[in-house]
Write a protein that binds this ligand. Structure first.
Ligand SMILES: C[S@@+](CC[C@H](N)C(=O)[O-])C[C@H]1O[C@@H](n2cnc3c(N)ncnc32)[C@H](O)[C@@H]1O
Length: 273
């Protein structure tokens, strides 16, 4: 057994975990997902209508399934991620659908986008914000890249997602959150090919804090959702677009608190860049 040593960077963690992540997570390519076990956009109808040729940018794309879904409807998609392995998976999936998606390897925390302001009709990100060290700056850059009238769709970890399950009695179960304004940070570890433990942190933020990142950039907040995981009977009949056995193990607990929050905002038409 190799002796564990401490981590280096986010990228090392995601390179180490990517293959298993894609193997154990069932992610649809024919719906837009917002996070674990919750319904996709076919059901929630949060995304704006897109025209063929609209330009979309995905931040923290993983295997790019959301971009693939949008590209299948005629959008021109760019998808950014820190992990080369995640991007390789995305390239393979896109090739399988004969789709041309521009996959870009970059650390969003330090990314200087090579696109002029106003380049995109839609910027979207599913469950990547809590892994970033400078999410406020990343959201600001995303807002700048939107054209007037363009949309920003962000799904992220709900502040309750890391609350601790508690059982007060056989019938009284709930969650414990010591400090809403500083939700607990979760630390994930993964052994890489060299026997080194790579770590990553996941940090939910209070709802008003994330909303302020969007509003401070002059966007209108158009929708805010706390989607609920589907009940077990529905999960059996029609699996959600982001699903895994590991997430399902916690379903009983997750049915009663939101773990995903979705923000939909648009850039005002008057806001000429
Ligand atoms: C939980 S996964 C979500 C991936 C994808 N959105 C999905 O729903 O399957 C988080 C993703 O964020 C990426 N990521 C983490 N930190 C990043 C950073 N600093 N810059 C770019 N991507 C990052 C990871 O490589 C990973 O693919």
């Amino acid at each position: 057994m190799p002796s564990p040593s401490t981590a280096s960077s986010s990228q090392d963690y995601w390179e180490a975990v990517a293959t298993e992540y894609q193997a154990v997570t069932r992610i649809a390519e024919d719906d837009f997902h917002f996070g674990p076990l919750v319904p996709g956009d076919r059901n929630l109808k949060i995304l704006p209508p897109l025209e063929p040729g609209d330009r979309c940018l995905e931040l923290g794309c993983g295997g790019g399934q959301n971009s693939i879904h949008l590209a299948r409807q005629g959008a021109r998609c760019t998808a950014v991620d820190i992990s080369n392995r995640q991007l390789e998976h995305g390239r393979r999936l896109a090739a399988g659908h004969c789709l041309e998606i521009e996959f870009v390897q970059a650390d969003l925390d330090n990314w200087l986008p090579p696109f002029p302001a106003g380049s995109f009709d839609l910027v979207h990100s599913s469950y990547t914000l809590p892994f970033l060290h400078h999410p406020r700056q990343v959201v600001a850059r995303a807002c700048r890249l939107l054209r007037p009238g363009g949309w920003l769709i962000l799904s992220t970890a709900h502040p309750l997602a890391h609350a601790e399950p508690i059982e007060l009695s056989e019938t009284k179960r709930g969650v414990f959150l010591q400090n809403y304004f500083k939700p607990p940070v979760e630390r994930a570890e993964q052994l890489d090919g060299q026997g080194i433990w790579q770590t990553e942190t996941c940090q939910p933020r209070p709802i008003a804090e994330v909303a302020a990142w969007i509003l401070d950039n002059g966007l209108w907040l158009r929708d805010l959702r706390e989607p609920r995981p589907l009940p077990p009977s529905a999960l059996r009949q029609s699996p959600p677009p982001y699903d895994s056995d590991r997430w399902r193990e916690n379903l009983e607990h997750l049915r009663y608190i939101p773990i995903v929050i979705v923000f939909a905002a648009s850039k005002t038409e008057e806001d000429r860049i």
